[in-house]
Design a protein around this ligand. Structure first.
Ligand SMILES: [Zn+2]
Length: 269
């Protein structure tokens, strides 16, 4: 048997461990600290942590996200490995296996942190900018990369400014009615940074389509949520104020455009 077939399984598992680790520690400590239990905050022994064992202090099992990430890590790694052969052709073929996996680790980490904490951390955005600029250069040259980055950032920054304006107006209206109002931003600045990063990665003009796909995806899911909440007859007045985290949808649309076979992107664009 050719042992090289084991490489994508092993690398996928290790890459997923890295994603799980970064998503576990970065949102709380902002540095590469020792992982701790979500329930009792006891520090994990590294061997226990990496072997996905329960917490030794309180026996709390590792969450379903950990296991799902491990599974997806292996599946996606094998998929990226196979796409090197002519069976599946994807836009990331030109990057090769290792760079395509590195990008997956980054996207997976940002996706999970944003889903769980509604947060896109500044340090991860800085690392992402460097990574995306480098990979963008390899994928489509410096002009398209630079243009894509500026367009992605600029488009979402415009939305961000509208969001700020909207929440200021809403707060003013609510105060006029004598209601305590918070000026919560409809769109976080992390989303603006992320759109810039994905712009570098997808390049111009694909970033247009990437953002559109993300916003449509986010809009459709949010609409379904609003309908669901209205059917439940609860939170009636709050139904239209559900926060839409765009980050995960942008990452999903970038994943679709970069990792799915060419024929699927032709089909949807
Ligand atoms: Zn514990």
């Amino acid at each position: 048997m050719d042992v090289t077939i084991l490489i994508p399984f092993l690398v996928g598992w290790l890459a997923a461990l890295l994603v799980n680790y970064l998503a576990d520690v970065l949102p709380t400590t902002r540095k590469l600290s020792a992982p701790t239990c979500r329930q009792c905050s006891a520090t994990f022994a590294w061997t226990d942590y990496l072997l996905l064992k329960n917490c030794s202090a309180c026996e709390k099992a590792r969450g379903w996200r950990t296991w799902l990430t491990q599974l997806l890590g292996v599946v996606l790694s094998v998929y990226v490995w196979l796409s090197r052969y002519d069976v599946i052709k994807t836009p990331t073929d030109t990057l090769g296996y290792w760079l395509a996996m590195l990008l997956l680790v980054y996207l997976g980490m940002v996706f999970i942190i944003d889903m769980e904490h509604r947060l896109i951390l500044h340090p991860t955005s800085i690392v992402g900018t460097i990574l995306a600029a480098g990979l963008g250069l390899l994928l489509h040259g410096w002009q398209a990369t630079l243009m894509g980055g500026i367009a992605g950032f600029g488009i979402m920054y415009t939305f961000y400014l509208f969001g700020v304006l909207f929440s200021k107006m809403r707060a003013k209206r609510m105060r006029a009615q004598g209601i305590e109002a918070d000026e919560e931003d409809a769109l976080g600045f992390g989303d603006v940074n992320l759109a810039g990063i994905l712009g570098l990665l997808l390049g111009w003009p694909l970033i247009w389509f990437g953002l559109l796909l993300g916003i449509l995806g986010g809009g459709i899911i949010s609409l379904l949520l609003v309908i669901f909440v209205l059917i439940q007859q609860r939170y009636k007045e709050n139904a239209l104020m559900i926060f839409i985290p765009y980050g995960p949808y942008f990452i999903l649309s970038a994943f679709i455009l970069l990792y799915l076979p060419h024929w699927t992107t032709k089909f949807i664009s």
